[in-house]
Unconditional design. Structure first.
Length: 156
C-alpha cells in the first residue's frame, strides 16, 4: 500500500472525530459519551467511551494495516476484556466484527453495523451475537449523536 493510499484511509476516519452522546437500547439505560480523536501524528484513531449501563467503559485504538489498508480496532474495557475487531468504513457504513479468538477465547462471535446519517451527525447501529457463526441475534441497538459546540470532553 502506498503512503498516499494509507493517508486516504486515515483521512476517512476523520468523520468520527469529536464528542458524541450514546444511547443504548437497554431498558432504563442512561446516556453515555464517547470521544474520537486522532493520535500519534494522525496515525491512529482513539475512542474513549463512558458507556451506558450495563455496558463497560472502554478505550479502542484503530490502526490501518500498511500492506492492505484494512482497519483493525484494538478494544480494551473496564472489565479487563481485550478484543480485536476487523473494521471497515465505506461510504456511510461502519462495521466491526470478531469471528476468531484473539486475546480471549471466542465464546461467541460479535458484529456491529452502524450507518452515519447524511449530515454525519448521527450513527445508528446495532450489535449482534452468534454462538455458531451462522445464526445472528440482535444484542442491542446503539445510537451516537455528535455534540457540536461543546467543550472537548476528557474521558477515562
Amino acid at each position: 500500500m502506498s503512503q498516499a493510499a494509507r493517508n486516504e484511509a486515515l483521512e476517512r476516519l476523520r468523520a468520527f472525530i469529536g464528542d458524541w452522546s450514546l444511547k443504548a437500547s437497554f431498558p432504563g439505560s442512561p446516556p453515555g459519551r464517547t470521544v474520537f480523536e486522532m493520535a500519534l501524528a494522525g496515525q491512529y484513531l482513539i475512542q474513549r467511551t463512558e458507556a451506558p449501563d450495563p455496558a463497560p467503559d472502554s478505550i479502542a485504538i484503530v490502526a490501518t494495516d500498511p500492506k492492505t489498508g484494512a482497519f483493525t480496532q484494538h478494544y480494551f474495557d473496564s472489565r479487563g476484556v481485550v478484543r480485536v475487531y476487523a473494521m471497515t468504513f465505506e461510504g456511510r457504513i461502519w462495521t466491526l466484527s470478531r469471528n476468531s479468538p484473539d486475546f480471549s477465547p471466542l465464546d461467541f462471535s460479535q458484529r456491529f453495523t452502524g450507518e452515519f446519517s447524511a449530515d454525519g451527525k448521527t450513527i445508528s447501529g446495532m450489535w449482534e451475537t452468534s454462538r455458531d457463526g451462522r445464526k445472528w441475534e440482535r444484542d442491542f441497538d446503539l445510537t451516537y449523536a455528535k455534540e457540536e459546540g461543546r467543550p472537548r470532553a476528557t474521558l477515562l
